[in-house]
Design a protein around this ligand. Structure first.
Ligand SMILES: [Zn+2]
Length: 397
């Protein structure tokens, strides 16, 4: 899909939030996630037309009715129209479905967890004949993973507001997520992070369960939280990281608005992990959606990330202007001093900030120099985030 063309606004803020209120055991909540429950919903959804015109909302109704059983504080559908431009009567698709668990301590701080529930058109049996695809892995699986998280958090008191969104219109240009980002309902203006599930149920290499964390430099602190949460709570899941500007799923709409976002997706960056049934009639339970175990692990990883950030999270939110030239920052890992080059070639004064992995500001400096250095000797071994101008780097000492 298209590349990100926009200059994003840099913003930094900290939510200095501390654990209080109702105590929960995070492992016991995560333990309730069930691959079989996820696959039950995948099976229902793969049989429904998920790119329907206005008069057929079987899948929207199915998802909405099911979520309503899990007592969200609010549940509503957000209508939008988009030109799909592909076939006769499809001027308009399905709406977004939004479920909210309101934060008890910080209701204005919003984290979004999303997945698209529409499915792609796929080639039919004759040339130029496209028909509705079953979309079991892409993306009934992510949709069902989000529904499963809503199910198991039925009795959880979130400190910050959790907004769960099943997006539509993804397959023709991220329309649903773009509409949400640009038309946020009241109370959802302050989204500090977004987590996206897109394709979480296909395992290509027989039980070598791996998830890919798709991110941009701006989402490094969020990706780091996700990795810590996974290592702590979902040790059976390996991970790989992909940093990309490619806008291949709904998290990109959040990138564009300067909101840190990541996607969790099955497999690794190696080609052999690619699902060969993607966007085909074969994207069904069996060949394509073939691993309740992997779907369960990735859903657990998503839930672990949400709960850790909600309970224990100081998250430094760093937006990034994607059009900036790339700085060189070396060495990394660093021992004593890190050098930043190509920093201010036009002689304008620019700012450098150093944060630790909890989002605490350690150092701030301003310089007009094109090459500058930062002293790491006072700091212990660990992971740091260096924000130089409007770019963010993960530095390991
Ligand atoms: Zn998808």
């Amino acid at each position: 899909m298209e590349k990100n063309p926009l200059i994003l606004v840099v913003f930094l803020f900290f939510s200095t939030l501390f654990c209080s209120g109702q105590k929960i055991s995070i492992p016991s909540v995560i333990d309730k996630i069930s691959g079989d429950s996820i696959f039950y919903d995948i099976e229902q959804l793969q049989g429904m037309n998920r790119l329907a015109p206005d008069n057929d909302r079987e899948c929207t109704n199915y998802i909405t009715e099911k979520i309503s059983r899990y007592s969200p504080d609010t549940l509503f559908i957000q209508e939008f129209s988009a030109e799909y431009d592909l076939s006769n009567n499809l001027k308009r698709g399905l709406p977004n479905i939004i479920a909210v668990r309101k934060g008890s301590l910080y209701p204005d701080s919003v984290m979004v967890m999303g997945a698209h529930y529409d499915a792609a058109f796929v080639p039919g049996s004759t040339p130029f004949n496209f028909i509705f695809g079953p979309g079991a892995d892409d993306n009934a699986s992510g949709t069902s993973g989000v529904m499963e998280i809503i199910r198991v958090t039925k009795d959880i008191d979130f400190h910050k507001t959790m907004v769960f969104i099943l997006f539509s219109g993804e397959e023709f240009g991220l329309h649903g997520s773009e509409h949400f980002v640009e038309n946020r309902p009241e109370g959802m203006e302050n989204v500090y992070a977004m987590l996206n599930f897109d394709m979480i149920s296909h395992d290509s290499n027989n039980g070598n369960y791996t998830v890919m964390i798709v991110k941009k430099n701006a989402s490094l602190p969020l990706a780091h939280k996700c990795i810590l949460a996974m290592e702590k709570h979902v040790p059976g899941l390996k991970y790989d990281e992909l940093t990309t500007d490619d806008a291949f799923s709904d998290h990109a709409s959040f990138f564009r608005a300067g909101i840190p976002a990541i996607a969790l997706k099955e497999g690794s960056t190696s080609d052999e992990d690619f699902n060969p049934y993607y966007h085909s009639l074969g994207d069904t339970i069996g060949p394509s959606a073939n691993s309740p175990q992997l779907a369960e692990l990735i859903t657990k990883a998503g839930l672990a990330t949400l709960l850790e950030i909600d309970r224990n999270g100081n998250l430094a939110n760093v937006g990034l202007a994607s059009t900036e030239r790339l700085l060189s920052v070396y060495p990394n890992p660093v021992f004593d001093v890190v050098t930043i080059e190509n920093f201010s070639e036009d002689g304008r004064k620019r700012k450098i900030q150093l944060y630790n992995s909890f989002g605490h500001l350690l150092q701030i400096a301003k310089t007009r120099e094109n090459k500058t250095q930062l002293d790491f000797t006072p700091y212990p071994k660990g992971i740091y985030f260096l924000v130089a101008g409007n770019q963010c780097f993960k530095i390991i000492k």
